[in-house]
Design a protein around this ligand. Structure first.
Ligand SMILES: [Zn+2]
Ligand SMILES: [Zn+2]
Length: 377
């Protein structure tokens, strides 16, 4: 049980901001939980990012919070008795800004090595000669299909991208021993470079791949076309690393690993503590719930397009509640719908028509097709 293992070193607010915890695993291994603030708020609020220090023979840090929070994170480590200089390495669960925002700052101030998946190493770079348009020349490959307006990204993300792009990354392959007791696995889908880390067969740091309360946002298969030349040729199809099919295969992979281990303490990168309480997760049960959620959402989307062909935006407006569509929420919602329509298209239940509309074909293959997706190894 998570709660039996947690020692609160410092209390925070009801979302977990300001908190600091030590998790004592039955074997004696310890992990520090260091949540750093996020600014999203509203219906899409994730809560803080839970960064973790695994206290192995030599400690290592997983994730670094948003851009500009490196100093805060190092202070939190200090409070728990760890100096940044003690870190063997720093690694990122995936290349989203709430996880690697302060990676450069931490790496520079501690001198620690940086580890990330090979896809991460490639997507953080700028490739002005390969970018399809001017915006692409100004941003790293990870952002070539960003759905946010360029004016927003230029103001809010460019400095982060520029500092991040010069990092030297020690790349992690699909399955990798990080230390004597920790093992990482590639679990693409939420992001193509997502990793989950198993510690001593007792705990798993799942990043954003498995979250309590909320369902991780899936990437889109269509992103692959633009970055395929940048990636290692082993990633030869979109569905191997991007989109809902990749994501569900990764969940199947985590489930298979989870089944071979006993009770695992699941440490997600958001909402470990939220609404004033701990979110205790059972890995296998939560994975089943996430898969079921996507099956239901596919069903709901199919029902909408059965009444007539619609664009992703029209579907999003019909499907999501008003508050979720406010501001940039509509872009998030639309993105989510596209991921589901890609899966429905792949299984023949939906076809793309002109004017970016999706139409129902009359079949309902998605449920059994999702259940038959096998772990991507
Ligand atoms: Zn993420
Ligand atoms: Zn996140």
């Amino acid at each position: 049980m998570l709660q039996d293992c947690v020692e609160v070193l410092r209390k925070g607010d009801s979302s977990g901001n300001g908190m600091l915890i030590r998790i004592k695993l039955p074997s004696g291994h310890e992990i520090l939980g260091l949540p750093t603030e996020n600014a999203y708020g509203g219906g899409w609020d994730l809560g803080p990012t839970w960064n973790y220090v695994v206290l192995d023979e030599k400690p290592f840090l997983v994730d670094t919070g948003k851009f500009g929070l490196g100093g805060r994170l190092l202070d939190m480590m200090k409070y728990a008795g760890i100096s940044g200089k003690d870190l063997d390495f720093v690694m990122v669960s995936h290349g989203h800004e709430d996880h690697d925002g302060s990676l450069f700052e931490i790496a520079e101030s501690t001198g620690a090595k940086v580890k990330g998946h090979d896809i991460y190493d490639r997507l953080i770079r700028f490739y002005p000669d390969r970018a399809a348009d001017d915006a692409g020349k100004r941003f790293p490959a990870s952002c070539w299909r960003c759905f946010m307006p360029e004016s927003f990204s230029r103001k809010n993300c460019l400095e982060y991208h520029q500092t991040r792009s010069v990092l030297k990354i020690e790349t992690i392959e699909n399955e990798c021993n990080l230390s004597k007791s920790s093992l990482s696995y590639h679990v693409p889908g939420h992001s193509p470079d997502s990793l989950s880390i198993f510690v001593g067969g007792e705990a798993v740091l799942v990043g954003d791949t498995v979250l309590p309360d909320i369902t991780p946002w899936p990437s889109q298969e269509s992103f692959f076309d633009q970055v395929r030349e940048v990636l290692d040729p082993q990633y030869c199809s979109a569905e191997s690393v991007y989109g809902l099919r990749a994501y569900i295969r990764s969940l199947a992979k985590l489930k298979e690993i989870g089944k071979s281990l006993g009770d695992l303490i699941v440490l997600p990168a958001h909402r470990l503590f939220y609404n004033g309480g701990w979110n205790e997760l059972n890995l296998l049960t939560r994975i089943d719930e996430l898969v079921e959620h996507h099956i239901q959402r596919c069903g709901a989307i199919l029902e909408i397009v059965m009444k007539g062909a619609k664009t992703a935006r029209e579907i999003a407006v019909e499907y999501f509640d008003g508050p979720l569509l406010k501001g940039f929420g509509i872009l998030m919602a639309e993105n989510e719908v596209v991921s589901h329509c890609e899966l429905l298209s792949a299984f023949g239940d939906v076809v793309s028509e002109g004017d970016e509309k999706f139409a129902a074909t009359g079949t309902m293959n998605f449920g059994s097709a999702i259940h038959s997706l096998k772990p991507g190894w």
